[in-house]
Design a protein around this ligand. Structure first.
Ligand code: ARG
Length: 443
C-alpha cells in the first residue's frame, strides 16, 4: 500500500502559482457521483494538488435524476472531462452472476450491494487512467468505512503503479457544515433543501442506508428511509406467486417468460418491493473493526438468492452442497473485504462455477407481506428421488441396509465410548457442570 499512498502524490498546497502557468498538469481520475463530497473533491484536487481532474460516473443502476446533469455538474465544477459509463450489463453478467453462484450474503444476511459495485467501478477508473495517461486515481470515501479499502485494494491489484488520493479522508473539513461552507466559497452548488441525513449507496442489487438516527441501534428505522420496498403492513393482502427459471445457475425466465438476468432483477425489484420483501436491519462488522448499524433493502437480490439456494438444494450432491456452504462464507468475506481481484477469490469462483453447470430448473416463490417463501421446485437435474424418500407405496429404499450402515458409521465412537467406560470416566461430564454454568449466568 505504501507505494501508492499519498507520499507519492503531489504535495498538497502546490498551487498553480508555484507551477509554470502553461506546463501541462498531471491528471487524476476521480470516481464521481454528483453528490456534495465528490464535487468538493474535484475542486480540492485542483486547488490543493494542482491536478487536471477527469471524472468518471458509473451507472450501476442507482437512482438518479439524469446522468447528463451529473456530467454537467462535474464540468461546471472544474473537471476537464467527465465520462459517464453504463456498467449495468457487465455488473449483472460478471459481478452479480458470480455473487449469485456464491449465494453471497455477508454475515449470512447482507447481499454485498456496495462491495460488488466497487471493483467494477475501479476497473473503469484504471482503464480511463491508462487511456488519458493519468498517474493518480481519487475516490470520495471516508477513512472509516469499507469502501476505501475496496477502492484502493482493487486499484492496487489492477495496476500497482498507480497512486491513490483520498481527499475526504485527508481534508480537514470535519463537519458537514464546514464542507458546505467550503463548497459555497468555491462556487460549488450546495443542496438548498435539507440534505438527507442518511448516507446512501445503491445499485441494481439493492440500497444501503446508514447514519443519522440509525446510529442508535435501539431506534426503529424511520419509514422514510425506504424507497424500493413498501412497509410489509401496507403490502397487498393477497400473495403474489412468481416463478424464476435458471439455466446453468443464471436466471433466464420469470413466470415462464424468457428474460435477461438484468430485466429479471429490475422486474423483481418492483414485484418483491411491492410485497414489502427485502428489508434488512443489522449490526454489521466492518473490516476496519467497527460495528455499525446498517439498513438495507434488496428485494430482487434476496428473492433471487432464495430461489437459487432452493434449486441448489434440489440439484447439488450432498457433499458438494455442504462444502459449498462453507466456501460461500469465504467468498462473501473476501469480496466484502475488497479482495475481488485476489487469487483466492479467483480460485473460489472456479469452484462455484463448476457447481453451477447443472443448475437448470424452476423455483416457485410466494411473496406475501414482507416474506418470500419457496413453495415449489423442479429440474431435469433434480437429485430428489421419490422412490427413495417416500414412506408410502413405491418405497425402494432398503431399510435393512440401514442397520449395518449405522453399525459402521458409529463404530469408531463406540470403541471410544467402551474405553471411556472401562477407564471409569464420567460419560456425561457436562451434566455436572451445567449447574455451575447456570450459576455463572444468573450472577
Ligand atoms: N456497509 C455496507 C458495505 O460496507 C454499505 C456501505 C454503503 N455506503 C454508504 N455510503 N452508505 O458494503
Amino acid at each position: 500500500m505504501s507505494e501508492t499512498a499519498l507520499t507519492t502524490a503531489p504535495a498538497a498546497d502546490a498551487t498553480a502559482d508555484s507551477t509554470a502557468a502553461d506546463a501541462p498538469k498531471e491528471k487524476v481520475v476521480l470516481a464521481y457521483s454528483g453528490g456534495l463530497d465528490t464535487s468538493v473533491c474535484i475542486k480540492w484536487l485542483i486547488e490543493e494538488y494542482n491536478l487536471d481532474v477527469v471524472a468518471v460516473v458509473g451507472d450501476v443502476g442507482q437512482e438518479h435524476n439524469g446522468l447528463e446533469a451529473i456530467k454537467a455538474k462535474a464540468l461546471a465544477t472544474g473537471a476537464v472531462d467527465c465520462m459517464v459509463v453504463d456498467m449495468r450489463e457487465t455488473f449483472v453478467n460478471e459481478y452479480l452472476s458470480a455473487a449469485l453462484a456464491a449465494n453471497a450474503l455477508y454475515e449470512n444476511k447482507y447481499p454485498l450491494v456496495s462491495a460488488l459495485s466497487r471493483p467494477l467501478i475501479c476497473k473503469h477508473l484504471v482503464d480511463v487512467a491508462h487511456k488519458v495517461g493519468a498517474t493518480y486515481i481519487a475516490h470520495g470515501c471516508t477513512g472509516k468505512g469499507n469502501d476505501q479499502v475496496r477502492f484502493e485494494a482493487s486499484i492496487l491489484m489492477l495496476d500497482p503503479t498507480l497512486s491513490i488520493i483520498a481527499p475526504v479522508r485527508d481534508w480537514d473539513l470535519t463537519s458537514r457544515e464546514e464542507e458546505m461552507a467550503w463548497a459555497a466559497e468555491h462556487g460549488i452548488p450546495v443542496p438548498t433543501t435539507q440534505a438527507s441525513p442518511y448516507s446512501i449507496d445503491d445499485n441494481l442489487w439493492g440500497r444501503a442506508i446508514e447514519c443519522g438516527v440509525l446510529e442508535n441501534p435501539w431506534t426503529e428505522p424511520p419509514a422514510d428511509i425506504y424507497t424500493m420496498t413498501v412497509d410489509p403492513q401496507a403490502a397487498p393482502d393477497e400473495p403474489t406467486y412468481v416463478s424464476i427459471s435458471f439455466k446453468a445457475g443464471i436466471p433466464c425466465a420469470l413466470n415462464d417468460t424468457p428474460m435477461s438476468y438484468l430485466a429479471i432483477i429490475e422486474e423483481l425489484n418492483t414485484i418483491a418491493g411491492q410485497n414489502g420483501y427485502g428489508r434488512l436491519d443489522m449490526i454489521e462488522n466492518r473490516l476496519v473493526g467497527v460495528k455499525s448499524r446498517e439498513c438495507y433493502e434488496c428485494p430482487a437480490a434476496l428473492t433471487i438468492i432464495n430461489a437459487h439456494k432452493a434449486l441448489e438444494d434440489l440439484c447439488l450432491e450432498r457433499d458438494v452442497l455442504h462444502h459449498k456452504l462453507a466456501l460461500e462464507q469465504l467468498w462473501g468475506d473476501c469480496v466484502y473485504n475488497g479482495q475481488w481481484f485476489s487469487p483466492l477469490k479467483e480460485a473460489l469462483d472456479a469452484f462455484m462455477a463448476h457447481t453451477q453447470q447443472c443448475l437448470t430448473g424452476t423455483i416457485m416463490l410466494k411473496l406475501y407481506k414482507g416474506s418470500c417463501t419457496v413453495v415449489g421446485r423442479k429440474s431435469d437435474y433434480s437429485l430428489y428421488s421419490f422412490e427413495l424418500a417416500t414412506y408410502g407405496q413405491g418405497d425402494e429404499f432398503d431399510q435393512g441396509a440401514a442397520a449395518g450402515f449405522i453399525e459402521l458409521h458409529a463404530l469408531s465412537c463406540k470403541v471410544w465410548a467402551k474405553n471411556r467406560l472401562e477407564m471409569g470416566a464420567d460419560m456425561h461430564p457436562l451434566s455436572s457442570k451445567v449447574d455451575t454454568v447456570c450459576e455463572f449466568a444468573t450472577n
